[in-house]
Design a binder for this molecule. Sequence first.
Ligand code: MTE
Ligand code: MO
Length: 532
Amino acid sequence: MKVVPVWAGALAGLVSGAVALGVAQLVAGFIKPETSPVIAVGDSAIDLTPAPVKEFAINTFGAYDKTALLGGMLLVIALIAAGIGVLARQRVLYGQLGLAAFGVVGVVAVLTRPGAALVDVVPTVVGVAVGIWALGWLMKRAVALRPGAAVASGAEDVHDQQTLEVERPAVMRAGDDLYAFDRRRLLTGVATGIVVAGAGTVVGHVLGGRKAVDLARGSLALPRSTPRPLAAGTDFHINGLSSFITKNRDFYRVDTALIVPQVNPKAWKLRIHGMVDRPIELTFDDLLKRPLTEADVTLTCVSNEVGGQYAGNARWLGVRMADVLREAGLQSGADMLLSTSDDGFTAGTPVDVVMDGRDALFAFSMNGEVLPTEHGFPVRQVVPGLYGYVSATKWVVDIKVTRFDKDQAYWTPRGWSAKGPIKTESRIDVPASGGSVKAGRAVIAGVAWAQHTGIAAVEVRVDRGPWQQARLAQVPGPDTWRQWMLDWDATPGQHTIQVRATDAAGRTQTEQEAPPAPDGATGWHTITVNVA
Ligand SMILES: Nc1nc2c(c(=O)[nH]1)N[C@H]1C(S)=C(S)[C@@H](COP(=O)(O)O)O[C@H]1N2
Ligand SMILES: [Mo]
């Protein structure tokens, strides 16, 4: 084995250690995140660290003290693993014993955590077992029989290092010169190991994070809101017509997150800073203790095409953004709230809109349920009247009070308007576009929205005939969409149906067609149906 250079032994040890940790993380992700040996050893290290050292770490690294600890730990582990690999050059078994000793430390750490159970050692044991196997496999790949030496020994045996070391016949012991270092095979093995270690770590982390947040979501008791029944007459209950309230599971979802951010409410904080007199940091508990507001608000995405489905209406419960901002003390000249989500997305919301008395909320509940993770748990913004990309930051963690001429939010340099008031829109839900209808009495119905102004009228025309006034459902206020319907005597043949809405300020939707970019689509929703 001495034919294996020191660097190669160290590399094999390093990768075996990484595989052990990656596999352990993966298994822990499935079972219980806290049972990952890295976390357990880290927690133990924190507990065992003398107070002065801890204070030094916190003073030196600030909020990054945990990251620094983890980094330091991984560095030490890496050095030991490399050493184990160098040892394995003497004899693979020595290296494997070294890994096993490592495992023992991990097992002890896991078992001494408060509330530990015996099964908690499973991730460590499985991880170390796979690591031990990986080391043997890598060391085997690192040596090959020299060309021409095959006659003497039998090519099959050569790659079985463990028996090779112990049972090698005397004639072969004569020298390692029978064997050569096989760099290429070792490196392909190393690459495989890195992939396994990386995938295990990432997948385990995601699974574990999700589990912890699901648990937190499930056990959260929402503060009671002043129960407010749904205003009567908001829903015509027509088949195929969007219900007034969109169920959480049917609510459209738009965000830039590949993996839904998992934010634990226990660790969540909202920082408000920038052009304020008193910067604020709120915890989730702080938020729940504040006066609450419940509001029915229709969210709309700027990417919604005329007639599209990127709109939904829900009852949100949360804290008024204006109350919190007033406490922080907005400085004059500030005109933008730059909110940042846990995953780095940003939105720029006009200060005057949030402060004008409307129900702009830091929301933590949606339709009476704890906010679903994909809709921003634990806290998201909801601002009536603005498209989501400039206002509805999910997983919100930071608000910088600033100016539009100083800062830009996520979508602005990507070709979307810096400000995004929602354009008045109406949509035909029934009959379905391109569908067929039985001749005779039929109904045309849909929804229309003009958030924070409200819908005053909806008109429908068939085959470009005269506009007819649709009947409007009730609404609790100006911030939701409004159902509309019209009885129709459907005659056989193909028909074109069009709709247009007028907002409470008397402005009728423009016929002018515009695409969603840069600030929202316009035009009249037009469908064709077949009547038979
Ligand atoms: N963190 C984060 N929040 C976000 C987004 C995002 O990409 N990331 N997208 C916004 C956009 S464009 C819209 S339309 C709404 C959609 O909210 P929903 O997914 O709950 O329907 O979220 C907004 N909030
Ligand atoms: Mo959006």
